[in-house]
Ligand binder design. Sequence first.
Ligand SMILES: Nc1ncnc2c1ncn2[C@@H]1O[C@H](COP(=O)(O)OP(=O)(O)OP(=O)(O)O)[C@@H](O)[C@H]1O
Ligand SMILES: [Mg+2]
Length: 405
Amino acid sequence: MTDKAFSIEDLLDKMAKPEVNVFKNRKVMTSSYIPKSLPNREEEMKKLILTLGVLLKGGTPQNAFLYGKTGIGKTAVTKSVIAGLKKKADEMEINLFTTYINCRVVDTTYRIYAHLCNSIDVEVPMTGLPTDEIISKFMTELEKKKTHNIIVLDEIDFLVKKSSKALYVLTRMNSDLQNSSISLIGITNDLQFKHLMDARVRSTLTEREITFDPYTKPQIERIIKERAKEGLYDGVLSTPALNKAAAAAAQEHGDARRAIDLIRVAGELVESEARDQITEKDIETAQNIIESNAVMEVTRSLPLQAKLVLISTTILDERREKGDPIKSSEVYEHYVEICSKIGMDSLTQRRVGDLINDLDLLGMISTSVISKGRYGRSRVITLSVSPSEIKSILSVDPIIKLILE
Ligand SMILES: Nc1ncnc2c1ncn2[C@@H]1O[C@H](COP(=O)(O)OP(=O)(O)OP(=O)(O)O)[C@@H](O)[C@H]1O
Ligand SMILES: [Mg+2]
């Protein structure tokens, strides 16, 4: 900020001026917002419309399966197409229900069917009935309504991992329905997922497959330019910042969500400092903020044993002389010591080795093997996150707090 003497009035005056406002509409800059137009996804939308549009001619659409990496418009495309179709069906007085379920949130068979009942205006308790009863209730009520129901199962991999019954029953349901029908749209960003499904479920669910390719840098630029036009005041997003955000997101497998998050976080930064333009530097800072939030999230949700290994490494890191390597064997010894102090069974050295690999994969530490001549080889560990940061995040866990005290 400026070197001039600080004054509360000056700063408040500045913030009250419309030209320092960054966000024209903050909601637009969040990743759950779906814009009216989705550039660069025309082909995918067309495919989905051609599949579902059969409904307008009295047919039953085939099931569709959408996949592609995270943040590349699968949910946005589906929700937009479904909303358009529902509107058209209403105009044509065609009976249609549409249901959107995020299977990461609604993740049990019971809750899926309770949700489905609610979506066709049938009240059921959110818990309490036997699962089979709620399934058959959904079917009977749907049949009574003589309607079609398009059911979107977003992040469907979560459902299959937790309860594959819900999906199995849904894929079989059409053969038992006389007057009504359902079509399923499964969405996933888990590219291996298809092979995890039961073969019968897979063949039904993937009647139509629509793959989404990552965006290129120019495509992301276009997407965020349009988004910024709607969400930010004119001139707030500088061209170098736009370029930087698009480049970072393109590197991150063409992830439009990442680009939008970067701009929102950078915008908040600019706003909090009462400036009026997002610079390239702000995007860099936003990148660090987002990454450190992600690290925090991962660290906090580690299983206890992994936390113990990480905290052992952290303690050794603080104790060692500068330049001394931390050997994985020392980490293990320290870990065993900690376990015995808190009265917990310790894992074998081999299992701890696996946990060290996991922590490496998660980017918390990095490991390398050094050769010590004729004494053999030894694995050494360096922390990728600052010890103080790890300690402050992990000490939320009461057991770790006890260890640190
Ligand atoms: N073509 C596009 N035009 C405008 N905005 C887009 C486009 N594609 C994606 N977005 C925006 O990017 C963000 C992420 O998109 P979306 O939620 O659809 O990703 P996704 O493919 O469903 O990812 P995930 O697999 O993580 O759920 C949203 O804010 C969405 O509005
Ligand atoms: Mg999605």
